[in-house]
Each structure stands twice: as C-alpha cells, then as structure tokens.
Ligand binder design. Structure first.
Ligand SMILES: [Zn+2]
Ligand SMILES: [Zn+2]
Length: 182
C-alpha cells in the first residue's frame, strides 16, 4: 500500500502516532501553483472514535513558487498545522442531503471534514489541501519586490533600465497645454 494512504482496518487502540517522510515526487506538483522542492514530513496523532478518525498534526515542506510581480522562483517554507475529521464515505451523501434540505450556512468546521472509503485514509490529499491553503493568491518573493519594468521587462530587483514609465495626470496635461498656449 502506498505510503500516502493510512490503513485503519487494523487499528485497535484509540490513539496512534504517525510520522512519515516523503520524497518530493511522492505527490504531484501543480506547476502553475507550486512545486514541491524537498522531502516533506507529516507528523500527526490519529484519534479513533468508532468509525471516525480525527487527525491532528503538522505538515512540513518546502514549496517553490513563482513571484507574481517579477516571475522569479522562490522558496516558501511550510509548517502548517491541521485538524481534520475523517468520516466514512457513506456519511458524505447524508451530509449533502442535509445541506440541500436546509438554508443553513455551511459551518466553518465543514472545511476540515474529509471522507474515507475501504478503511483507508488519504494522507496525500490531506497534505495537498494544506499546500493549497498556504499558497497565497499573489505570491511575492519579498514584500518589497519591485517587479518588472512595464516597458522593457527588466527585473527591477536585479537590474536597471532607461525607461521612464511615468504616468501623467490628465489634469496636469491640460494645465501644461494652457501654459504653452499663453
Ligand atoms: Zn518578485
Ligand atoms: Zn524598462
């Protein structure tokens, strides 16, 4: 069985510790969003309550992202805590029915609910969801990234250019024109 899956069929005790280290290619990288740049580690405690399994722990990884301003790649250290409740797959349909039948807002903790089938928890999916959660909408290599010149495309963090992309206030342009005319 893949290391990304956790077989709970033999789990008898109420709690179990798991600690696993994965090679970077154990999970597919999402080229547009992130690349997994180094081995990553999952540490968590599994709490068993009949058919429910609550996983509380952390995932540590190094992701490589592309800066949204200068397009350079940079590393993001991830050390993300999670608390996810796994329910049997059969309960998913019931939960969806309840939601459809009521006007009730989806509760916050619904976000950290996962479903499992065949006595197997998908740790890979759990970790991937953490990665998507930590990647910002507009990743920046640094708060003060100067981006690319809008005229020639030079990376202004590392180079200079001769362009002067100045924006002229149209009201000032009118004044300039008036001055010329008089
Ligand atoms: Zn940048
Ligand atoms: Zn330029």
């Amino acid at each position: 069985m893949s290391e990304l899956l956790l077989d709970v069929s033999q789990m008898r005790e109420a709690h179990a510790r798991i600690e696993r280290t994965y090679p970077p290619d154990a999970l597919p990288s999402d080229g547009d969003v992130y690349r997994i740049a180094a081995p990553f580690v999952l540490r968590c405690t599994v709490h068993k309550d009949r058919q429910q399994f609550r996983l509380v722990g952390r995932v540590e990884a190094t992701l490589e992202l592309a800066c949204s301003r200068c397009l350079e790649r940079f590393s993001l250290a991830v050390d993300e805590a999670f608390d996810v409740l796994f329910l049997p797959h059969a309960e998913q349909a019931a939960a969806l029915e309840r939601q459809a039948g009521s006007e009730r807002q989806v509760e916050d903790d619904d976000l950290s609910t996962a479903y499992y089938q065949d006595q197997v928890l998908d740790l890979g999916q759990l970790m991937q969801e953490q990665f998507y959660l930590v990647v910002p909408m507009k990743p920046l290599c640094g708060e003060d990234c100067r981006g690319l010149c809008s005229v020639c495309g030079t990376n202004l963090n590392t180079g200079r250019c001769e362009c002067h992309p100045t924006w002229v206030d149209p009201r000032l342009a009118v004044l300039e024109q008036l001055k010329k005319d008089t």
